[in-house]
Ligand binder design. Structure first.
Ligand SMILES: Nc1ncnc2c1ncn2[C@@H]1O[C@H](COP(=O)(O)OP(=O)(O)OP(=O)(O)O)[C@@H](O)[C@H]1O
Ligand SMILES: [Mg+2]
Length: 229
């Protein structure tokens, strides 16, 4: 197993810590059999990577043993974003048969959090993720972790996340506030429903709380009171 030192993607503030705790709890309430979770969205930039990595970190900090898999094989940005301190082997090395699973697994400096990076961009990302090898890999890792969180590309652009979702226990859709139409979101949900994977729910991201009537009016001061302390 490789070892890697990471910096967290975003610095936490009170609001996001609370939000991730709530998401974590909601996922736990989905049932004991929900262990492998795919995170996707409709379009690029809605926040899948930030949300999925922060959720994985939050779960690890709560004492669960977590594996984060970066399955956005077309855009390997996580290594640079996390300021990983060493060049590492990744998922594509394993799925193309170049390396064993033990070689591509990374232990991180965040307690309870292991990680698999993407590796070099392959010519056939959708095929690699729709392979028996990927399904068997995820199934075999399930025994070693409490949760496996898989970050994927947007489903509105490529089919990869639907392939990943097929071997997951549940899928969570990240939706950026005011970015996509209701119809488009519905289309993505329908596409996911075609597979057998359970849709656990959606996370509304990048909500502007200041201009939001509900949160602004009722929770603005509540949060302020706590963050000021
Ligand atoms: N809640 C948030 N508030 C403010 N900025 C955010 C939030 N969530 C994500 N971002 C920012 O939005 C940008 C896109 O986020 P991220 O890379 O996680 O999206 P993504 O859905 O993974 O994108 P892609 O589809 O390209 O992989 C980043 O710059 C990130 O810092
Ligand atoms: Mg991403």
């Amino acid at each position: 197993m490789q070892t890697v030192n990471l910096e967290k993607i975003e610095s936490y503030n009170f609001r996001s810590t609370e939000a991730y705790n709530a998401i974590r709890t909601n996922i736990q309430f989905c049932g004991k059999d929900i262990k492998i979770i795919c995170i996707t969205s409709s379009i690029p930039g809605e926040g899948k990577t930030v949300v999925s990595f922060s959720l994985a970190t939050s779960m690890a900090e709560s004492g669960k043993k977590v594996l984060f898999i970066d399955a956005d094989l077309r855009k390997s940005i996580l290594i640079s974003r996390l300021k990983a301190d060493s060049a590492v082997l990744g998922l594509t090395h394993y799925l193309s048969g170049l390396n064993g699973l033990e070689d591509v697994l990374c232990q991180t400096n965040i307690e309870n959090l292991d990680l698999i990076f993407t590796g070099p961009i392959p010519p056939n990302p959708s095929d690699l993720l729709d392979s028996e090898m990927f399904r068997e890999m995820v199934a075999s890792l399930k025994a070693s972790y409490d949760y496996i969180i898989i970050d994927t590309p947007p489903l509105g652009a490529v089919i990869d996340s639907a392939n990943v979702a097929k071997c997951c226990d549940g899928v969570v859709v990240v939706i950026q506030a005011n970015a996509i139409s209701y119809k488009f979101a519905q289309r993505i949900i329908k596409q996911l429903e075609k597979g057998s994977c359970k849709i656990l729910g959606a996370i509304l991201n990048k909500v502007e709380l200041k201009n939001n009537k509900y949160y602004g009016k009722y929770y603005g001061n509540y949060y302020k009171t706590y963050t000021d302390k």
